[in-house]
Design a binder for this molecule. Structure first.
Ligand SMILES: [Ca+2]
Ligand SMILES: [Fe+2]
Ligand SMILES: [Fe+2]
Length: 396
């Protein structure tokens, strides 16, 4: 804080009754379980300042007071959905840190306001049972985010999502088979950690927006068994032969990048395909934000694979194989591209003739995730199916 701001803070102490502020700060610390440091961090002041507020020896300036009231509101809303550990994880996810406090509070407000709206949407009218609700769509997305988060968290840390982020409606399952990658390229390791933080934040964001309507994590297969999802996908892509051959996305940097490649393009097409079905504009904006970040992820993974593919052309071939496999699963239309250059231009961004990203409907997304071209309710990465009302792949 600047010296000038500090002067304003202490001026305020002289002409305001500070007992309200003392109570406010103490509520955040004692009732809501935030440390003095956390209150300082979230408010954007020094710890010492918070100690002064708590002791009544100085009062918060207007801007700090606004932040404190925001935090109070947020803690109350989050408290209805999360236990204290869950709140702490939410507050400390990378995106909510202090690089962009304005964004923090806008996102927080969206999440908090969204929860009751979705709970209302969860109770769909009887005469509209075939209608897909916004909650159905966000829950469909949440299944995909569980999958992505588990893959990247295991790859970067050796552990998956914490138990308090797995609960919800439907049948809860475990994510099995993931493990830590021993990265050799420090850049790939950094990229992986950045994406992992995003995917964790996506899970938390969607769960917060959905509140009590959020689906539980379904059973997820991210293992390396010869007949597991990754090996089946890799076999369909021509990367490995019949069992007992297997594909291990945790074996090295290149395999990890191919594992990530399997998911990221699908996420982009899934969010784009869902966008016309979302009725509430607040959710639409959130979905646009998710879509954009999935596209950043896909773009980064594709760029790194392309760069490494200059030395190792098999990597370029592998992306074409995965792309073709996805394309054959999701029906006749061509909705997918690998990273082989077109003419003398690279092909980092899969797009149609208008330069637009492709769309997949939910059934087509499930074709890829269940690894089937038929109408099924389970398979592949989700051995018992996804949770929620959208759960059937398309018959192609
Ligand atoms: Ca296709
Ligand atoms: Fe994501
Ligand atoms: Fe992603």
């Amino acid at each position: 804080m600047s010296r000038r701001a500090a002067a304003v803070e202490s001026d305020n102490a002289g002409n305001r009754t500070s007992s309200t502020f003392v109570a406010l700060v103490r509520e955040l610390r004692d009732d809501r379980g935030l440390s003095t440091g956390e209150v300082a961090d979230l408010t954007g002041v020094r710890e010492r300042q918070v100690q002064h507020w708590a002791a009544g020896t100085s009062a918060p300036a207007t801007e700090s007071l606004k932040r404190l009231l925001d935090i109070q509101y947020l803690m109350k809303e989050l408290g209805e959905v999360y236990d204290p550990d869950g709140i702490r994880i939410w507050l400390h996810s990378r995106h909510r840190r202090l690089e962009d406090r304005r964004g923090f509070f806008r996102l927080a407000a969206t999440a908090a306001v969204a929860a009751p709206v979705v709970m209302t949407l969860g109770g769909r009218p009887l005469n509209a049972q075939s209608t897909v609700t916004d909650a159905d769509i966000l829950n469909f997305a949440l299944n995909l985010e569980y999958l992505e988060a588990q893959f990247y968290l295991f790859a970067t840390t050796g552990a998956g999502l914490p138990a308090n982020l797995l609960t919800g409606t439907g049948t809860q399952g475990a994510a099995t088979g993931g493990r830590q990658v021993n990265f050799t390229d420090p850049l790939v390791a950094e990229y992986a950690r950045e994406i992992a933080a995003d995917e964790l934040a996506h899970v938390v964001f969607l769960r917060t927006a959905l509140g009590a309507a959020a689906v539980a994590q379904p059973t997820i297969d991210i293992g390396i068994a010869p007949n597991g999802a990754f090996s089946t996908a890799a076999r369909a892509a021509g990367l490995i032969g019949p069992a007992p051959a297997f594909f291990d996305p945790y074996a090295n940097d290149e395999n990890f990048l191919l594992g990530a490649f399997i998911f990221e393009d699908v996420g982009v097409t899934a969010y784009k395909g869902a966008s016309p079905l979302i009725t509430n504009k607040t959710f639409l904006e959130a979905a646009a934000g998710l879509l954009a970040v999935e596209a950043y992820h896909a773009s980064l993974i594709r760029t790194v694979l392309f760069r490494k593919g200059i030395q190792t052309p098999a990597l370029i071939d592998a992306t074409e194989g995965i792309s073709n496999a996805r394309d054959s699963l999701d029906g006749a239309t061509d909705l997918d591209q690998g990273i082989r250059p077109i003419g003398n231009a690279s092909n980092i961004f899969p797009s149609d003739a208008n330069g637009l990203a492709f769309s997949r409907n939910a059934g087509q997304v499930l074709n890829i995730l269940y690894l089937t071209s038929m109408a099924r309710t389970q398979g592949g990465f989700f051995p018992n199916g996804v949770n929620g009302n959208i759960r059937t792949s398309q018959a192609n």
